[in-house]
Write a protein that binds this ligand. Structure first.
Ligand SMILES: [Zn+2]
Length: 503
């Protein structure tokens, strides 16, 4: 059996991953708060989770992995943005949820099994808060409901914080903390704002306390609603997300879920990816160096961005730069070139597992070792180059052996690239980029005309008609210039056909 090991933030060590039920492997990833475009740091978290999702599907089977990634569609920032623009919050949230999904699809991320929206789970959140109040883990105060961190002994275990440290400079009774019992208590329910609120029985003797949920309770409720049930229990296998969410968000999710569900563990594994830096600086709004996925996609193919995001181990900081993108583009151009030569991704039904020749390459060992994708990429690159050598051999001697080797290489590349979410396009499509249908038609027409002109020039030459020859040659030059002006390179093949790609 293939064994995956993962670094567990909770225990602070690498551990073999064993799901509670191999037929129902569960993972939760904190999704976006949809009031603006996702930045490249958000994309890193989503792409890392996507590779983990793919690896789990590879091990346990596609239908046995359940992945939930939420949409936070009620939040202070959304309400502020809606107020500023004078539109209902749903107008903002629907727009940015759609853009988020489109951007992630462009980065090759598979759709999660469930994508719950916070506003569709308010009833679950209210029920969870009621349980927390009833069991003494939460209390109402001045229109709010807070979680009492002093009631949960394990508070701080995930992030390494202690209640003592969390007291900070804030003292109970001052400012924001006036209504809290402990400075680290966090909000589960807060008063309605901007006309956004739901009825909830948290007031004195169950009276109405109209309001809206805090961010943390949203994830606890949605994880429970989408991944847990009575048969399965209330512990999920893996919770992932960016390291910036470890505290307070994940610490608070864990506290709420364990106390409301009466479980020792909310998630068996906590998987956190590191920060993405802009060059050597942290990416931050105050430094003005926030790069949006949406903007990057105007210049770079999503696959280039995805490969760039995978170039560092997920637990290392990734220094983002234009050079990293250029290098990734070059890698993909090289790999697609070789794939184009050896037959693209025309798949076959060979089961390479059990085939000694291919098994000895063992690409997945890198991924199974705490998702060491960066090591895997070196091997991947070397193997694609070896496939190119095999192709040269095949051209020289079209023996059955050479053909089989090429066949196996092709299958190896196809299967393993899919684990990374790369090289899933037809090579021809890759090189044509996002050429418009109109331009494609124009290029095809020019290629056809070029063929006719060539034939006419040859006929004129044979007939000794120099004037006609000159005419055809000058049209041929014009066609060449027109094609070059469109940034297109033509490739003539021995069988007389011509293909084109972006230069
Ligand atoms: Zn969350």
């Amino acid at each position: 059996m293939t064994q995956l090991t993962l670094y567990n933030s909770l225990t602070r060590r690498k551990e073999p991953f064993t799901p509670q039920d191999p037929k129902r492997v569960t993972m939760y990833n904190c999704g976006p708060t949809v009031y603006s475009y996702a930045h490249i740091g958000n994309a890193r978290a989503a792409v890392v989770a996507d590779v983990l999702f793919r690896v789990l599907r590879h091990i346990y089977g596609d239908e046995h992995v359940i992945y939930a990634r939420n949409i936070t569609d009620v939040d202070d920032k959304i309400i502020a943005s809606a107020k500023e623009l004078g539109v209902p919050i749903s107008e903002i949230t629907q727009k940015y949820a759609r853009i988020y999904n489109e951007d992630l699809a462009a980065l090759g991320c598979l759709a999660p099994t469930h994508q719950p929206k916070a506003t569709e789970h308010i009833g679950n959140m209210i029920a969870m808060i009621e349980t927390l109040i009833e069991d003494g883990f939460a209390y109402a105060s001045d229109g709010h409901v807070f979680f009492d961190v002093s009631k949960y002994d394990d508070y701080g275990k995930l992030s390494g914080n202690t209640l003592e440290q969390l007291r900070g400079g804030d003292r109970v009774g001052e400012g924001e903390t006036a209504r809290k019992k402990n400075p680290a208590d966090f909000v589960l329910w807060k008063p309605e704002a901007g006309g956004v609120g739901w009825d909830a029985p948290f007031g004195p003797e169950g009276s109405n306390m109209k309001g809206r949920p805090g961010w943390h309770i949203e994830c606890s409720s949605m994880a429970k609603a989408t991944l847990c049930d009575d048969d399965y229990g209330n512990t999920i296998d893996i919770h992932c997300g960016g390291v910036d969410l470890k505290f307070p968000h994940h610490e608070n999710e864990k506290a709420q879920s364990c106390c409301a569900n009466g479980t020792e563990k909310f998630a068996n594994f906590w998987v956190h990816n590191e920060f993405l830096n802009m060059g050597s600086e942290k990416m931050s709004k105050s430094l003005g160096n926030v790069t949006l996925v949406h903007d990057l996609l105007k210049k770079w193919d999503g696959e280039v961005i995805r490969l760039a995001l995978l170039k560092a181990h997920y637990r290392s900081e990734l220094n983002w730069s234009e050079d990293l993108l250029r290098e990734s583009k070059k890698n993909l151009d090289d790999w697609y070139t070789i794939l184009g030569k050896i037959g693209g991704l025309k798949s076959d039904s060979i089961n390479f597992i059990g085939n000694e020749e291919i098994e000895s390459l063992k690409f997945d060992k890198h991924l199974l070792d705490d998702l060491s994708i960066n090591d895997g990429l070196s091997q991947f690159s070397a193997t694609v180059n070896a496939a190119n050598v095999a192709f040269q051999k095949y051209i020289k001697s079209k023996t059955d052996d050479a053909s089989t080797t090429l066949h196996l290489f092709r299958h190896w590349i196809t299967t393993n690239a899919n684990l990374l979410g790369l090289l899933q396009k037809d090579p021809e499509e890759w090189f044509r980029g996002n050429t418009s249908a109109g331009d494609e038609a124009k290029i095809t027409a020019l290629i056809d005309e070029r063929k006719t002109v060539k034939a006419a020039a040859l006929a004129a030459k044979a007939a000794g008609d120099k004037a006609e020859m000159g005419k055809q040659f000058s049209r041929s030059d014009e066609i060449r210039d027109e094609i070059a002006a469109m940034g297109i390179v033509l490739e003539d093949h021995p069988d007389g056909t011509t293909t084109w790609r972006k230069g």
